[in-house]
Design a protein around this ligand. Structure first.
Ligand SMILES: *Cc1c(COP(=O)(O)O)cnc(C)c1O
Length: 378
């Protein structure tokens, strides 16, 4: 059996080597490292793939969120609601721009922002919500868009982890996650569903006016050369990264399907075991399993992780501490007990190895060790 990895970028590269190397060489020959034609080509590929009017590439997924927030030109003192069980980027950019991050709890099954908790924290200063499509599956967008409409709020979908997943609207039609709110963002961090060979990100919108502002903000706020009409940032996707991503975007659906197959294997193995909660599949969203995250009793979690490690099986805790309890955000005044679901999840989640190159013997071995531990500690 080959060594088990959490993500296997090397194997992914090996399969596409001729195509990626040719794209790389083309950029090296042109020397157009900044804003080469590959950047616009990739933006068009992304628009086609997502069926969205505008995709604007930028330097990384955190910048994408920052640029999206800047595009709304919110008033000083604006509050922005973000889930507490999440990566730090959303809360961080809200705070960096001088706005106030307001945390909300997540739902225990999907781990995505709880619409009821969002309603609880809305104030007259609330200006936007950033739902996160966590681990490969969508947040409850219908409810969130209804709340946003009622309170006149902007919605940014953080789709760093779920590129390619589909959301089923109540009327039966479906759209790609990231294209439902006013703005969607993503990251091309190497391990994400569409990963580059370095950093990258993008902002999407169907709104022509917002697209024009986003484009400008990502380029120093320039309206024309050396004319700066608004405050902006320097956030570019490298030509080399765009060239790599324009090759890899053709395989996103294939990678997502391969991970769905692996998720089915895990699901079957854990189906009868009440001590393990396999990832919930929401009725309204497909799941592309950026992570395959199980939950177990908090008193078992760290022991299970250690048992797997002792048997050369990597696993990860995403995320070990909810944001409202992190030192950097204590100034906001949240305390332990404010968001019970986020707090419990941080103690009970465990993400198992998940990537398109996992083999059946590896999966059998992983499942056997998970089950052995859980059964002997039941
Ligand atoms: C990865 C990630 C980001 C940040 O992306 P970077 O490209 O690393 O800046 C933001 N939000 C979520 C949910 C992520 O998983």
């Amino acid at each position: 059996m080959e060594d088990i990895k959490m993500v296997d970028l090397k194997a992914q590269y090996a399969k596409l080597k001729p195509e990626l190397d040719a794209a790389f060489s083309a950029v090296m020959e042109s020397m157009e490292f900044i804003n080469g034609p590959q950047v616009a080509n990739f933006a068009r590929s992304l628009e086609n793939y997502l069926q969205v009017r505008h995709a604007i590439p930028c330097a990384n997924g955190t910048d994408a969120l920052q640029i999206a927030l800047m595009a709304f030109q919110l008033p000083a003192g604006a509050e922005v609601i973000v889930p507490s069980f999440n990566y730090v980027s959303g809360a961080e950019v809200v705070a960096l721009l001088g706005f106030k991050p307001v945390f909300a709890d997540v739902l225990p099954e999907t781990f995505t922002i709880d619409p009821a908790s969002v309603k609880n924290v809305i104030t007259p200063a609330t200006a936007a919500i950033i739902p996160v499509h966590l681990f490969g599956q969508g947040a409850a967008m219908r409810e969130i868009m209804e709340i946003a409409e009622e309170h006149n709020l902007f919605v940014i979908e953080d789709n760093a982890q779920s590129l390619g997943a589909e959301y089923a609207h109540p009327d039966g039609h479906s759209s790609k996650l990231g294209t439902i709110g006013h703005i969607g963002t993503t990251s091309f961090f190497p391990s994400k569903p569409l990963g580059g060979m370095g950093d990258g990100g993008a902002v999407f919108t169907n709104d022509d006016k917002l697209a024009a502002i986003i484009q400008k903000i990502a380029n120093h706020g320039q309206s024309e050369k050396y004319k700066f009409s608004t405050l902006g940032v320097n956030s570019r996707l490298d030509t080399l990264q765009a060239a790599m991503l324009d090759v890899k975007i053709k395989y996103v659906d294939e990678y997502n399907a391969a991970r769905q197959e692996i998720a089915r294997f895990y699901d079957n193995a854990f189906a009868e075991i009440t001590a393990i909660q396999a990832p919930h599949r929401a009725s309204y969203s497909s799941h592309v399993y950026h992570q395959y995250t199980i939950t177990v009793a908090p008193e078992l979690r760290d022991g299970l992780k250690a048992h797997l490690r002792d048997n050369h099986i990597p696993s990860m805790v995403y995320y070990p501490e909810p944001l409202h309890l992190q030192e950097a955000y204590t100034y906001l005044g949240f305390t332990s007990g404010d968001f019970p679901n986020s707090e419990l999840l941080s103690k009970s989640v465990l993400s198992l190895p998940m990537h398109s190159e996992l083999k059946e013997d590896q999966l059998t071995y992983i499942c056997q060790h998970v089950l052995d531990f859980v059964k002997s500690h039941g």
